[in-house]
Design a protein around this ligand. Sequence first.
Ligand SMILES: *Cc1c(COP(=O)(O)O)cnc(C)c1O
Length: 397
Amino acid sequence: MHKLSPEDIARLHDGTRLAVAGRHADEAFGFVNPPVYHGSTVLHPTTRDLVEHTNRYAYGRRGSPTMTALREAVGALEGGAGVVLCPSGLSAVSTALLSCLKAGDHLLVTDSAYDPIRAFCDSVLTRFGVEVSYYDPLIGADIARLFRPETRAVLTESPGSLTFEVQDIPAIAEAAHARDIVVLLDNTWATPLFFPAHARGVDISIWSGTKYLSGHSDVMFGTVSANARHWRALIKTHGDTGLTVGPDDVYLALRGLRTLGVRLAAHQQSALEIARWLETRPEVSRVLYPALESHPGHALWKRDFLGATGLFSIVLKPVPFKAVEAFLDHLSFFGLGYSWGGFESLAIPFDAAPYRTATKWEPEGPTIRLQIGLEDVRDLRSDLEKGFERLNAAAAV
Ligand SMILES: *Cc1c(COP(=O)(O)O)cnc(C)c1O
């Protein structure tokens, strides 16, 4: 097999890039996949090698060939200056923020951010002297009005993974860069395949690999990619805080990555079909899926994104909570559980109102988030259809 350079790989189409990036069969006796290196100590042939760090690898926490394979493969998708691996998506967000903030700085966070990120900002960052404030996810270029002399970073998430506001990332990036402010994006919903973060102006791109990257609901994992300007600070912070990921989880993430393209295409196709059908249901008031023409963020989504993944929410017409329970309980294919991005469908009721501080979340009825998995879409639809029958029966008594 002819070996491609990183530049060759960067020019490939997505499916091919996913298949070839990070592979070094020549270093693994011809085996297609890298070995899973379990290790802390790395032995050096001589004292001089040890003290002069001549080995490619020095210590298990700092890297292994298994980690290198995954970092290269994710790097080929992100197109930044480098990628670090983190033990969860949340630790990827916290590492990214720690890499660009110091005491006295001001951080702007979208009000639609994944809720545990708010806890990190409000309880940890503030304890170390960073001031955190929240902004309307739909603010666009007007974010400039919120900038203070000490504003250092803006955290975005588009779309919000419960409420699905699509942010104008290029406009926010332009305003921020005019003031030398760092733009971070939680790109977990779209993945680098459907939203090329760095090309849209994002400096630091964060991905919870627990979701579509690993894709099988069996790994906790996250990645951070930085452009050239922010890479040195990111890799230094990551090393200084002692983060590492176990080799089996790294391997599972790499294995998931190889099929990311075909899985996302299937999630998208089924999600779009279910979302369009849900729009016609009398029990549903709105479907919050940016790929639908009816979604308020559809034009931005069409301009900036290359696809839509399998996660969206619905707002029901007003019914008592017991009707929502009747809908959700006894679903055959939609499991009731947090997280998403695996092969299997999921459903959760949610209420974003309690934690919002910059905007109000006031839906006209109960809200449910669905992850459309890789099951046959006809089975998913009939499962939801039976759920609506239960919902109507429970609402009637
Ligand atoms: C799940 C999720 C995270 C956190 O990822 P974990 O791997 O669960 O820590 C961060 N951001 C978004 C948008 C998520 O959905």
